[in-house]
Design a protein around this ligand. Structure first.
Ligand SMILES: [Zn+2]
Ligand SMILES: [Zn+2]
Length: 378
């Protein structure tokens, strides 16, 4: 169907029906673009015209609003709605559809249009983990080369079609009955070769940049937690949609506290008299020292709980506890006065055997027959 503007019908150009689904339209455009791409038909004006025509058709039919205007009033409808295709220059089309062509020719999935994710690390103290903290993180990532604007070519030059594969990007290898199509080894599947690479990026089109970002670390984070900086990763094909940067949080080991989820476990040494008689001792919390009264007869390893003095919850409200585990310290050196007192205590204990020791001695007796002698290596 020819129109008054002399343009062919867009559906006819792509060879699809008027009810074609978006995927069908994209597939049809891929077929035409693959056949007529200027990189694959160097010097062929007819192919270039076909390519431009198909690109224009795709530009309209791939856009819901433009397609609907075109469906109702044809080419005139597009003009009236101000949707007239903006670019007729080949370079414009290639630039506009640059990332799309990456998909069309590489057959890459939609997901890989996004750039790669990267990671960096930041170390905070346990106290900062409890209160939340703002930190500046630094990382390196690639960015479009400022000298060649990502083209990878030296100023005033363009990529040339690859001689090895004739610009196809693919070569056919035969082995016996098998014919295999593989990426061209000379151009790595690009179909083009950069003969005069950009000096700054050496043809890569990308340069490294050092980035600093302030991140707000929420209270309650634990060692190894990640924060995601959306769109701060590597650029996707054509310098588009960046991946993410993951900030890995490292929480420094605290000299006194071991973390157990939301709880903080702390070992506190006490003396034998404190354990036996009971005492008020000072124990640490993140906010400072706290007084804890331990009862008479406290046993080694016993745990006392300071409710709500632990780590805050990462999701929502509430705090964990501080768990104080007491250990009983046996002195390595004694003053003569201490020694005298302990000897007196030992004499007393011989006469008044404690319940635990009594049952232990009895179990020991059951275990060995009276004939058993203490074992010796001699
Ligand atoms: Zn460059
Ligand atoms: Zn090649």
């Amino acid at each position: 169907m020819a129109t008054m503007t002399g343009k062919r019908d867009y559906y006819e150009v792509l060879g699809v029906s008027r009810s074609a689904a978006p995927q069908e339209i994209a597939d049809a455009y891929r077929q035409v673009a693959l056949k007529c791409h200027p990189d694959k038909n160097p010097g062929d004006e007819k192919a270039v015209e076909k390519f431009k025509e198909a690109s224009e058709a795709f530009e309209v039919l791939n856009d819901k609003e433009k397609r609907s205007a075109y469906d109702r009033f044809g080419h005139a409808g597009l003009d009236r709605a101000g949707y007239a295709p903006q670019f007729h220059d080949l370079d414009d089309i290639l630039a506009q559809f640059g990332s799309l062509f990456g998909d069309l020719f590489g057959g890459a999935s939609r997901r890989s249009r996004r750039g790669a994710d990267i990671a960096c690390e930041t170390t905070i103290t346990l106290k900062e983990a409890a209160s939340g903290v703002a930190k500046v993180v630094e990382f390196d990532r690639h960015t479009t080369c400022g000298a060649c604007h990502g083209a990878g070519t030296a100023p005033g030059t363009k990529p040339e079609p690859c001689d090895y594969c004739g610009g196809q990007g693919q070569v056919v290898q035969s082995a016996g009955f098998f014919r295999m199509q593989t990426a061209c080894p000379a151009c790595r599947g690009a179909g083009t070769i950069i003969r005069a690479p950009c000096q700054r990026c050496r043809g890569a089109g990308l340069t490294l940049e050092h980035v600093k970002r302030e991140v707000s670390i929420p209270k309650g984070v634990d060692d190894g937690n990640h924060l995601r900086l959306e769109g701060e990763g590597e650029p996707g094909p054509g310098g588009r949609t960046r991946g993410d940067c993951h900030v890995v949080i490292r929480v420094q080991k605290h000299p006194l506290f071991e973390r157990d989820g939301m709880h903080l476990v702390c070992e506190v040494p006490i003396t034998y008299p404190q354990a036996a008689l009971g005492a008020t001792i000072q124990v640490p919390t993140l906010e400072g020292p706290h007084e804890l009264t331990i009862p008479r007869g406290t046993q080694p390893g016993e745990v006392f709980r300071l409710k709500g003095r632990g780590m805050p919850s990462l999701r929502g409200r509430g705090r964990g506890d501080v768990l104080v585990q007491v250990t009983i310290e046996v002195p390595k050196k004694l003053s003569s006065g201490e020694e005298e007192s302990l000897r007196q205590l030992a004499e007393l204990e011989k006469k008044h055997v404690s319940p635990k020791r009594k049952s232990f001695i009895e179990r020991l007796k059951d275990l060995f027959s009276p004939d058993d002698k203490p074992h010796s290596d001699a």
